[in-house]
Design a protein around this ligand. Structure first.
Ligand code: CP
Length: 306
């Protein structure tokens, strides 16, 4: 791996991304073995430090590290000395003093990981920084698309919903455009950041128009916890205009892949029929998340592993 840390997809070039996806292909069969155990990370210690809630990302990092033979521990910030006023840097230095090799962190502040990387020798992995990036989610999304479609080059990928508050959307835009996909954003004008067209994407405010001949449609969670009020009239009206349902799928390609990073708000950004339907890859995304995180942990700690 060319880089010491994974801070954002923005920092990766096309070769880096393909190398991670190719390594994940090799890691996935380990999850299907009886023991689910290798020694690639034996002697390594990984801490998950999450300042925001998580189910998928935190657990899949823990499982990925365990499958590779690492020791893992989780810090719940609400039950740690963070609540006594300890700073992020002091918390991280404390962990490093205990011999931690890898810090996987989710933090509400954009670029908090870059600050951490300047102060720590340990490998830093961004598990989500505010509305900025969620690089491992984008990597597992790209892995899932490539596994299903064979390539990303030339595919039309529609990302729909709350783009403004979505770190998943930003990381996917960086990655998908680097791998040659055509990225189309769809959402209400209040939830599309101004100037996002400069990232090489097309913008629509009509989901059905955006979805014509789509190869992939990725729904995003409405992030009410990050929103000011008044960005759309009501969840019901949002669903009527931007919910992904049969009417949207009928204009896309017949084998369109439906994706969502989770957690989903059923009946808001996507109907239950679509979430559980035959085009949905949502559960496979979760499975692939473990394989991709195994690949990253392996690649970022490879030096010095005997
Ligand atoms: N996709 C995602 O980041 O999910 P969690 O918040 O459950 O980790």
């Amino acid at each position: 791996m060319r880089l010491k840390n994974l801070l954002g997809i923005r920092d990766l070039d096309t070769e880096d991304i393909l190398q991670i996806l190719d390594t994940a292909v090799l890691m996935k069969p380990i999850m299907e073995t009886k023991n689910k155990r290798t020694n690639y990370l034996l002697g390594k210690i990984m801490v998950t430090l999450f300042y925001e809630p998580s189910t998928r990302t935190r657990v899949s990092f823990e499982l990925a590290a365990k499958y590779l033979g690492a020791t893992t521990t989780n810090i719940s910030t609400s039950a740690s000395s963070v609540v006594k006023g300890e700073t992020l840097i002091d918390t991280a230095r404390t962990l490093q003093a205990m011999g931690v090799d890898i810090v996987v962190m989710r933090h509400p502040m954009t670029a908090a990981h870059r600050l951490l990387a300047r102060h720590l020798d340990a490998v830093i992995i961004n598990a989500g920084d505010g509305i900025n990036e969620h690089p491992t989610q984008a990597l597992l999304d790209m892995f899932t698309i490539r596994e299903k479609k064979g390539t990303l080059k030339g595919l039309k990928v529609v990302i729909a919903g709350d783009i403004l508050h979505s770190r998943v959307a930003r990381s996917n835009i960086w990655g998908l455009t680097k791998l040659g996909a055509r990225v189309v954003l769809a959402g209400p004008a209040t939830l599309i950041p101004k100037g996002i067209g400069n990232m090489g994407v097309e913008v629509y405010h009509d989901l059905r128009q955006a979805a014509v001949d789509a190869d992939v449609i990725m729904g995003l969670r409405i992030q009410l916890e990050r929103q000011k009020s008044g960005l759309f009239p009501s969840l019901r009206e949002y669903n009527m205009l931007f919910g992904i349902d049969e009417r949207v799928l009928e204009v896309a390609k017949e084998d369109v892949l439906v994706m969502h990073p989770g957690p989903t708000n059923r009946g808001v950004e996507m109907s239950s029929e679509i979430i559980d339907g035959e085009n949905s890859a949502i559960e496979e995304q979760v499975t692939n998340g473990v394989a991709v995180r195994m690949a990253l942990l392996y690649m970022l700690t490879r030096e010095g592993v005997s």
